[in-house]
Ligand binder design. Structure first.
Ligand code: HSE
Length: 310
């Protein structure tokens, strides 16, 4: 009865410039931790939430981790079983780093391990996306899939969760800055025009295809030419003060490409090697700190593990 399972699921960068709602990669840190254990009391409940400054609800249907876990338990016919979940938020939310997705991914992974791993990680994905949907109302896996599965993930189709892990060149590093500015994903989705001009679609499709080829060939030059968002970034950049200065700082310091992480306000850059990634993140962060904006920075290779048991 006292067996408890502790897991970690990492932050992620969604969209990756060219794949709005269909591309994402996992970082090594930060991430969330979840503990799942059997309990004497019948039914599923959230017993503890830490690190959220009291902001997250204990009501299961309103909580991304709780709803993801409950949806999985229902599917497995275990929703009446006494199980409790602890959620330990170890990363900022509303950051554009897939915080709610990390909680949802960790929750389904923890429950699955507790029950003897009846499902594969890919089979868990749907339930984690249901949890993530509680946060922003849309069913998309571009944060949840990398957080759960690890790696650079392409979601060919969100509806069917036709998910594919892409190869990642050796030494590909991400530099990420999180300025303490509040942007709600719902609002960042709301600013997007439903229709896009045909010439932009043509450019973005070419960039997306080039991006995929560059990963298969480890071609950093093609990656650099391809990592260019002509659809979403121009519409969202105004939500992030100093965005273009930060992007310029990243590119001037050797970044392969730079864009908004998920719905923002975090900004990511890709580069070759840890040393370069560190220089880039420092230059990006300096733009915000010079403007008196508090900023956190992360440097990470692409995390290939996703959710793990601790
Ligand atoms: N693809 C999503 C967006 C990621 O950009 O709105 C954030 O949930």
């Amino acid at each position: 009865m006292d067996q408890s399972i502790k897991v970690f699921a990492p932050a992620s960068v969604a969209n990756v410039a060219v794949g709005y709602d269909i591309l994402g990669f996992a970082l090594e840190k930060p991430g969330d931790e979840i503990v799942a254990r059997f309990s004497e009391k019948a039914g599923f409940r959230i017993s503890l939430i830490t690190g959220d400054k009291g902001k997250l609800p204990y009501e299961v249907p309103k909580n991304t981790a709780g709803f993801a876990a409950y949806s999985l338990l229902k599917h497995l016919g275990e929703s009446e079983r006494g199980i409790e979940l602890e959620i330990h938020k170890k990363m900022p939310f509303g950051s554009g780093l897939g915080s709610s997705a990390a909680s949802a991914a960790a929750a389904v992974f923890a429950i699955n391990v507790l029950l003897g791993s009846p499902l594969s990680k890919k089979e868990l994905l749907h339930f984690a996306v249901l949890g993530e949907q509680v946060a922003d109302g849309a069913y998309h896996a571009d944060n949840v899939a990398p957080s759960l599965l690890g790696g650079m993930v392409l979601i060919r189709n969100n509806k069917d969760l036709d998910v594919h892990t892409l190869p990642v060149p050796d030494k590909l590093y991400a530099s990420v800055v999180y300025p303490h500015i509040k942007i709600l994903t719902k609002d960042a989705r709301g600013v997007l025009k439903p229709d896009v001009p045909l010439d932009k679609v043509i450019q973005q499709t070419g960039n997306m295809a080039g991006f995929i080829i560059s990963l298969f060939r480890s071609d950093f030059d093609l990656l650099s030419r391809s990592l260019n968002d002509v659809l979403i970034e121009p519409q969202r950049a105004t939500l992030i003060p100093h965005f273009y200065q930060v992007k310029k700082a990243a590119l001037d310091n050797g970044a392969i490409g730079c864009s908004i992480s998920g719905a923002g306000p975090s900004i990511f850059a890709l580069s070759k090697g840890k040393e370069s990634a560190t220089e880039i993140v420092n230059a990006m962060a300096k733009v915000f700190s010079d403007q008196g904006i508090q900023v956190e920075k992360f440097v990470s290779p692409i995390n290939q593990s996703g959710a793990i048991r601790l």
